[in-house]
Design a protein around this ligand. Structure first.
Ligand code: GLN
Length: 543
């Protein structure tokens, strides 16, 4: 079947869950036996979100092929299991940078380069490129309808809608239907206005998803249908729910996927099998036990900065039938207050990825607490580097051990690698490269040492995990650190780069240079998170 395109826009306010709606629709279509791909167009001018602070934009999600993308791609992967690639996320910045690059090369043969058709053509090309027989492409347009910056995207999808026809394209618009306590009513006017705005640019939605905190009565539903020029069945409500993994079930119940299939004149009568989702929800809602994990990081006020991480911890809980309570601790607090005050009684400590010196000493103290008190410790990327510094200072007696990320130090146990191997290609990076291009990014293979704790957890010795970092643990210190008790349990296949470390005399102490959280799924929890939560459950039974 020719690929069909479903465009998802949002109106009224941001943060309505467009990403989740797109991901959930992907899961629903898969449950009907279709092949899907979920993509996102982001209207900002950054070429990719890699240079944006997590405070600005939340987590940067890294794909296998090394793209730094929007965190919504994480939702898509967690709901559909389809690995995202470079060609699934584009920003206005990247589109313009490509168009301008072509202009400089003279590709436009002296023509005037314009938003329509040159920019819109580039967008259309992106949306329709690199497909491999998928039945559906679900394409989310970031931002809110009415913003100046999303106009070229809306124009491009309008054109695509016209070129492909309703048989192959459809538009879904997500809006807010707020409840006004003063009048005791759900209000439809914001939705009407948002749809008017969309129609002004030539797009008529076929389905309107309405976020609300209570059921929408027939009267209001009919009103939205009437004013927005669609059938009442195509007004689909999305009520707030307790767990995101209930979203596919809820949207199916409300008829979202049915509306989509009917639009494309495809069979909508056979019921999809949603038991995967109901099993997950059952485990989330009715756990057997619970654990408390302290996440000691920098962006702890903004959970979106650690989206995949908190989801992966939930997945670890699902695998163990346990509720995972997250205790977000800003590591800077340990500059003033003792670790014991904050970490006593937690069942596991995790130091996540991070950049920069601020709060680093606090993270090192958290590692020390975990090591000395036999509390399960999981160090991810920066968290592994901090564990190595801690071991260097306190086990190997290397006074002044540190990372060159914070400036020169006496024992640079973590430092900048200027050269490393990826397959046959030799890649290099220098300290003064531009910020977008200096990181080890994407999936790299690693070899685990047989009979180590981590090899036992994975149940294999050859793995591939996603990376996003500039610094590496310095192999020149390997021997000294191993003698002090820190095992280098995994390296790159050529043995040049350290990938994982562990402590033997400890119930669970593992550091990984990569980001395992990026590959965890609710229906396929990552083995490291499953094992870490299991260790935390054991810990909780000790105290
Ligand atoms: N700042 C460290 C580096 O660049 C760690 C990065 C991370 O945790 N993702 O190597």
């Amino acid at each position: 079947m020719a690929t069909r395109f479903i465009f998802i826009t949002g109106g009224v306010v941001s943060s309505l869950g467009k990403g989740l709606a797109s991901a959930a629709l992907g899961a629903l279509l898969q449950a009907r036996g279709y092949r899907v791909r979920v993509r996102k167009l982001d209207p900002y001018l950054n070429v990719d979100p890699g240079t944006m602070s997590p405070f600005e934009h939340g987590e940067v999600f890294v794909t296998d092929d090394g793209a730094e993308t929007d965190l919504d791609l994480g939702h898509y992967e967690r709901f559909t299991g389809v690995s995202a690639t470079q060609s699934d996320n584009v920003t206005t910045g990247r589109i313009y940078s490509d168009v301008l690059g072509r202009e400089r090369r003279g590709d436009y043969l002296g023509g005037t380069v314009q938003v329509i058709p040159h920019v819109t053509d580039a967008i259309k090309k992106f949306v329709t490129a690199d497909l491999h027989g998928e039945d559906f492409v679900i394409c989310e347009i970031g931002g809110t309808v009415g913003d100046i910056e999303s106009l070229p995207f809306l124009e491009a999808i309008r054109q695509l809608g016209n070129e492909l026809g309703t048989e192959r394209a459809m538009f879904v618009h997500l809006t807010l239907v707020p409840y006004l306590a003063a009048s005791g009513e759900l209000k439809t006017k914001p939705t009407q206005h948002s749809v008017m705005e969309l129609q002004r640019v030539g797009i008529r939605p076929h389905v309107i998803l309405c976020r609300c905190d209570r059921p929408i009565p027939d009267g209001e539903r009919n009103k939205i249908a009437l004013f927005c020029n669609i059938r009442a069945e195509a007004v689909v409500q999305g009520i707030d729910i307790d767990t995101i993994y209930q979203v596919p079930i809820e949207y199916h119940y409300e008829g979202f996927d049915t509306q989509v299939l009917e639009h494309f004149k495809l069979d909508a009568k056979t019921k999809p099998d949603l038991s995967v989702w109901s099993n997950i929800v059952e485990r989330v809602r009715r756990p057997d036990g619970s654990v408390t994990i302290a996440v000691v990081g920098k962006y702890t006020d903004l959970p979106d900065a650690y989206k995949s991480l908190s989801e992966a911890l939930v997945h670890g809980g699902i695998a163990n039938n346990a509720r995972v309570n997250l205790n977000w601790i800003s590591s800077e607090i340990f500059e003033k207050e003792d670790t014991v005050e904050h970490l006593n009684g937690v069942d596991g400590i995790l130091v996540p990825g991070g950049f920069g010196e601020r709060g680093a000493e606090g993270k090192i103290q958290a590692v020390q607490f975990a090591r000395e008190h036999n509390v399960p410790y999981f160090g991810i990327c920066f968290g592994m580097q901090m564990a190595v510094i801690e071991a260097a200072r306190n086990l190997a007696g290397l006074e002044g051990a540190g990372s060159t990320e914070f400036g020169p130090c006496r024992h640079p146990v973590v430092g900048l690698m200027t050269e490393w191997q990826r397959g046959e290609d030799r890649e290099t990076r220098a300290a003064d490269d531009n910020l977008g291009g200096t990181m080890r990014l994407g999936a790299y293979p690693a070899l685990l040492k047989p009979r180590t704790h981590i090899a036992e957890i994975y149940g294999m010795t050859e793995i591939a995990e996603r990376h996003r970092h500039r610094y590496e643990v310095n192999m020149n210190y390997r021997e000294q650190l191993e003698q002090a008790g820190l095992t280098f349990s995994g390296t790159s296949p050529d043995g040049v780069l350290p990938e994982t470390i562990e402590l033997v005399d400890h119930p669970w102490f593992i550091g990984v240079q990569y980001h395992p959280e990026l590959k965890s799924k609710p229906f396929e929890p990552h083995p490291l998170f499953e094992s870490f939560i299991a260790a935390a459950l054991n810990q909780s039974r000790l105290v």
